[in-house]
Design a protein around this ligand. Structure first.
Ligand code: ADP
Ligand code: SF4
Length: 640
């Protein structure tokens, strides 16, 4: 699966395609996080699948040799982890690594060399030494964690000794055929001391000419991998702008770049020699080819939502909001740019122009079908248009804009705005097939994650609002309680939006932390930080009991302790109700009455099952891919 995904990026024009972190030894096992491994010769053929796929399209393949140290709990292998000292497991697991003695260091160097030789045997072109992100080598480099008294501790030169040895030994082992790169961080940790920042620079200067390429980032992964809500693209520049002045070797970094102008500017201004990209290459594997061909308007820009990153914490394959084919290159054999041409002259009516409807229209249009896209409101985009207006989410509008731009170029797709259809309207269009993509609405009745049934009407009285009301422009006045039993991004955003209007806000959630699922998108810390900085009062671990229009009563989820919070309004961020009335009205009718002439009615996206925007885009895409195609063995996903 990973080989097909990476081959696709190479086909899209990226010059170098790298693995994710690649463990060199079983004592550095990161499961359930999905990572590559070169533990033994048997792994060579696995990695060669990727290098072959990448070389087939003329790109170079890179491998990021990695040793986790105190971040590895080794849940799978049950090996003891090693690090510079026996510090706590930094991923929060109840294991500590063993403090490395001289023979452990010798072993590590041997394992690294062996893995490098395997990488060469697997035909990699660039072999990395991974010295960042709070893994083993960062701890050797840092005076804060390295308290050794031998030649690997003390002075900067001593603390950098292991990194230098690994670079030298990797070059000696594979340098005849492979370039050796170092992934290195220059700072950027929240609260990092000036001394540490200076030391990182001193170390880089000391090793400046050792590797063939410097791949620069910052130690704080949540910041480097920052969501667009909190971090702008190119946010690493302030930390790494000095690097090219201290080395003659080429330098690369990342920055969630999607604008060719921003990329060119970094190169022109001497910040980097190469543009690195993870998320932009996920959202659009063909970004380089589109730049090369001058098709800039066809670039599908990353929105910085980090749904791609959730697979890391969940231990599942990668998914992307903007690119529904990501992770499906092998499993469903989807190509991001190519889709089968139409199989019939059927016409399709799509009701609802949210992400599901827009994506279905785009892909059916690309296949050559005649499509009518009806949208109740004047604005296209559905929930994306509404959510992108929330604080910090403006980049999300790209989900709509990319699709509308593509559709507007197609003669096959006709858009009907301000057309709220009922079942008679649908029938009167004469469409052969009907797709209902009418979305979902936030519930008012309190049904949520911790209370999976509605509250009694007597328990909820007074000014009760939903995120839809707030997004529609309603602003409660006076103290407002936002009750978040959804636990993803919406609760925090609604609290922030109301607070920014000058109102006092208390966010109550039955969860132990604010916006718990945002841990998977790497932004939870920043959500809570933002709310605290704005002065939003937080009550975690409290479930809603009732609201009488004056007091919101809540009960502690561990004890029976209740609280009464006086409030003028209560905003319920709990669950969503599918808007499936139209689907229900047509559901059986089209089958029972053949005179209507409709051959299928399908619901997709939130109207079928409310979920992520990524799920709606995927649902629209999948409908269009499979439409009119007879199911056969080839259509079945490969789950192996
Ligand atoms: P999804 O995420 O599944 O695409 P959204 O809620 O984002 O769902 O979008 C649904 C869209 O459907 C909204 O733009 C809404 O205005 C539109 N819609 C809902 N009901 C109708 C209807 N009866 N006729 C036309 N459009 C509708
Ligand atoms: Fe970008 Fe979101 Fe796709 Fe990740 S999931 S690549 S952040 S659009």
């Amino acid at each position: 699966m990973a080989a097909a995904l990476r081959g696709m990026k190479a086909e899209g024009g990226w010059g170098v395609v790298c693995t994710e972190w690649c463990s060199i030894h079983p004592s550095s096992d990161d499961l359930p996080h999905p990572n590559a491994a070169l533990w033994s010769d048997r792994h060579i053929k696995d990695q060669a699948l990727m290098t072959d796929a990448v070389h087939d399209h003329g790109a170079l393949a890179g491998v990021e040799l990695w040793f986790g140290g105190a971040r590895s709990a080794n849940h799978y292998t049950r090996e003891t982890a090693y690090d510079v000292a026996s510090i706590p497991n930094l991923a929060g697991h109840p294991y500590q690594p063993r403090s490395m003695d001289k023979s452990d260091i010798r072993n590590l160097r041997h394992w690294h060399r062996e893995a490098a030789l395997r990488a060469k045997a697997a035909e990699f072109d660039i072999v990395y030494v991974y010295a960042t992100h709070g893994y083993l080598l960062s701890h050797f480099l840092s005076a804060e964690t390295n308290d050794r008294t031998d030649e690997y501790g003390g002075s900067m030169e001593n603390r950098a000794r292991l990194l230098r040895e690994l670079i030298e030994e990797t070059k000696e082992a594979v340098g005849d055929r492979c370039a050796v790169a170092v992934r290195y961080s220059v700072g950027g940790d929240d609260g990092e001391s000036d001394t540490l920042t200076t030391e990182r620079r001193d170390c880089l200067e000391m090793l400046a000419e050792y590797p063939d390429l410097w791949d620069i980032n910052i130690n704080n992964y949540e910041r480097e991998m920052g969501v667009s809500r909190f971090f702008e693209s190119g946010s690493l520049e302030e930390y790494m702008a000095f690097v090219k002045s201290v080395t003659t070797k080429p330098v690369v970094t990342v920055g969630r770049f999607t604008s060719p102008d921003a990329m060119a500017s970094q190169v022109r201004r001497g910040i980097v020699d190469f543009i690195g990209a993870a998320r932009p290459s996920i959202a659009d594997p063909f970004l380089p080819q589109k730049i090369f061909e001058g098709r800039l308007e066809d670039i599908r820009e990353c929105i910085g939502c980090n749904i791609c990153y959730t697979g890391d914490g969940l231990g599942t394959p990668i998914r992307c909001t903007q690119n529904p084919t990501m992770g499906e290159e092998y499993r469903r054999q989807w190509h991001p740019e190519i889709i089968a041409q139409k199989d019939s002259d059927s016409t399709v009516l799509i009701v609802g122009a949210g992400p599901a409807g827009l994506e279905a229209a785009r892909m059916l249009g690309q296949r050559g079908y005649r499509v009518m896209l009806a949208e109740a409101t004047r604005t296209l985009g559905g929930r994306v248009t509404r959510e992108a207006a929330l604080p910090g989410l403006n980049e999300w509008i790209r989900v709509r804009d990319y699709r509308v731009q593509q559709i507007e170029k197609m003669n096959e797709v006709e858009i009907f705005r301000e057309s709220e259809l009922n079942s008679e309207d649908v029938i009167s269009t004469g469409a052969d097939h009907v797709v209902i993509a009418t979305g979902a609405s936030w519930r008012k009745d309190g049904l949520g994650r911790s209370h999976p049934f509605a509250y009694a009407a007597s328990e909820l009285q007074g000014n009760i609002l939903t995120p839809d009301d707030i997004m529609d422009g309603q602003t409660p006045s006076g103290h407002t309680v936002v009750y978040d039993d959804d636990s993803f991004y919406m609760g925090g955003l609604i609290a922030e939006k109301i607070c920014l209007t000058g109102q006092q806000v208390t966010l109550v959630t039955p969860a132990d932390v604010v916006s718990a699922w945002c841990d998977y998108t790497s932004e939870r810390f920043y959500v809570q930080k933002r709310l605290l900085e704005l002065g939003v009062a937080l009550q975690t671990g409290f479930q809603l009991v009732s609201y009488n229009g004056h007091d919101v009563r809540v009960v502690n989820t561990y004890t029976d302790r209740t609280l009464a919070i006086s409030a003028n309004a209560l905003v319920m961020v709990t669950a969503r109700q599918p808007n499936d009335r139209l689907y229900r009205a047509l559901e059986t009718r089209w089958q029972e009455d053949s005179a209507i002439g409709i051959r299928s009615v399908t619901r997709i996206g939130d109207c079928e099952a409310p979920a992520l925007i990524a799920a709606s885009v995927y649902a629209g895409h999948r409908f269009a891919r499979e439409f009119d195609i007879k199911p056969d063995a080839e259509m079945n996903p490969r789950y192996e």
